[in-house]
Design a protein around this ligand. Structure first.
Ligand code: HEM
Length: 190
């Protein structure tokens, strides 16, 4: 994956636990990279090893780390570095979710060798939708859950994410039911 992903993991760990913890996790992961370059591609194994080592060192499940990383991704990494892209995704949670299927097309203008996830929206209602997530990579569903929760915070909209089906249980791809408070962004007095 592009270095910006590993860089973002580094930022999250460093801001929460400090530089020394990050160095320990990197050593545990056997990663010998001083500085990750955002627009350079690194083997996916590096990202997975960093998450595994963080899980071991911090005593947290890797799913919890990936979920926290997803929230950090929206609220810090994307916001600080790619705010224009985030803004283009929509002004409300449902608008943004409906833009997910084409979102990484714009990201690919910056990162041309991207292997992006594929998203599809079905069963769109006033306060819910089903989000289908298809990826060649394994085990990143908790990252998606974290991003969805981060988007809830970004749009000040209560959001609940539940897993409808997942590959771990034999499904072909992940499917989430995303429910939100449809009144959150409506002006009062109407
Ligand atoms: C400005 C915002 C964003 C940027 C710059 C961005 C960029 C990236 C980059 C560089 C990768 C690594 C892929 C690779 O190197 O091949 C990636 C992966 C990924 N992104 Fe985004 N992304 C953004 C927003 C989002 C959002 C809103 C979602 C929604 C859930 C999302 C979901 C994912 C997932 C799940 C992956 C893992 C790849 C996989 O599943 O195969 N991203 N993104």
């Amino acid at each position: 994956m592009y270095g910006m992903v590993n860089k973002a993991i580094e930022e999250m760990i460093t801001s929460r636990y400090g530089e020394r913890t990050w160095e320990t996790i990197k050593a545990l992961a056997g990663v010998d990279v001083d500085v990750f370059i955002s627009n350079e591609a690194y083997p996916d194994a590096i990202t997975y090893e960093l998450v595994r080592a963080a899980s071991e060192h911090l005593g947290l499940a890797s799913e919890a780390i990936l979920e926290a990383f997803g929230m950090h991704w929206v609220l810090h990494t994307a916001l600080e570095g790619y705010g224009v892209l985030l803004d283009a995704g929509g002004a409300t949670l449902p608008e943004f979710l409906c833009s997910l299927p084409t979102f990484h097309t714009r990201v690919a203008l910056i990162f041309p060798n991207l292997t992006p996830p594929v998203f599809k929206v079905t069963e769109l209602q006033r306060d819910s939708l089903h989000l289908h997530y298809v990826s060649r990579r394994q085990g990143l569903a908790p990252f998606v859950v974290g991003i969805l929760k981060g988007l809830g915070i970004r749009f000040r909209t209560e959001v609940v994410v539940s897993v409808v089906q997942c590959r771990e249980q034999g499904a072909e791809h992940e499917e989430f039911l995303v429910t939100w408070n449809a009144n959150a962004n409506e002006s009062s007095g109407s």
